[in-house]
Design a protein around this ligand. Structure first.
Ligand code: CTP
Ligand code: MG
Length: 196
């Protein structure tokens, strides 16, 4: 299966499916997070926290493991039959290449590492935990995920996500929508402090 052989709608589905562990990792971190701040309360010379109380070990570890578990589920025969029913296409069971677990790790850890890097930058801009930083909040995680995959799973990334412009365009288009949608749900459910 090659993305170029799929309809536009199915390409959307498959790209989201492939990136699923990255998208879910942040949501799981919101659920497991809140304990053991990674910066241990420390501040830099600008007087602001290194990362702030919004970046914790429980979020980082829970989100990374949760993302990997979600990837393993997507990569199971259940996952593939769900995708095949959804798209009406057949897949050969190799969406994440030969090192699927490693790719899931890059996707989910990359997402949280990107989110953490953004928090570091936000604190340097004197923004408090939870303050809004529109574009950064929406793209931080996906950018780092793609960067880590580009470095460590280049062949896989080039064959799926960077194969033509369409998948990247879909990611840039859908990421803010998904990100905002999930955060609004989390906010309404009372697990997230802000709807962004
Ligand atoms: N979270 C966590 N550890 C992480 C990521 C997230 O504990 N590594 C939890 C925190 O409880 C955090 C919530 O998920 O408050 C929402 O995440 P996010 O919006 O990224 O954090 P903010 O609280 O907005 O903090 P920041 O301004 O640093 O982004
Ligand atoms: Mg936030």
């Amino acid at each position: 299966m090659n993305l170029e052989e799929l309809s536009v709608v199915n390409t959307f589905v498959v790209v989201m499916w492939i990136m699923g562990p990255a998208y879910i990792a942040n949501s799981i971190a919101v659920l497991t997070g809140g304990k053991f701040p990674i910066d241990q309360g420390k501040k830099l010379s600008d007087g602001n926290r290194i990362l702030g109380d919004g970046k914790t070990w429980s979020g980082l570890i829970g989100g990374t493991l949760g993302g990997i578990a979600f990837g393993i589920f997507l990569n199971s025969s259940w996952g593939f039959s769900a995708l095949e029913r959804l798209t009406g296409e057949e897949f050969d069971g190799k969406l994440w290449g030969a090192n699927a677990i490693f790719v899931f790790t890059l996707l989910s850890f990359g997402a949280l590492f990107g989110d953490m890097s953004a928090s570091f930058y936000k604190r340097r801009q004197n923004l408090k935990r939870g303050d809004k930083f529109a574009l950064l909040d929406m793209y931080d995680f996906i950018f780092m995920t793609l960067l880590l995959c580009f470095i460590f799973q280049n062949t896989w990334l080039m064959s799926w996500i960077l194969d033509g412009w369409m998948p990247l365009f879909i990611i840039l288009f859908l990421t803010p929508i998904l990100h905002r949608g999930v955060n609004i749900i989390g906010y309404r459910l009372g697990v997230k402090n802000e709807p962004w």
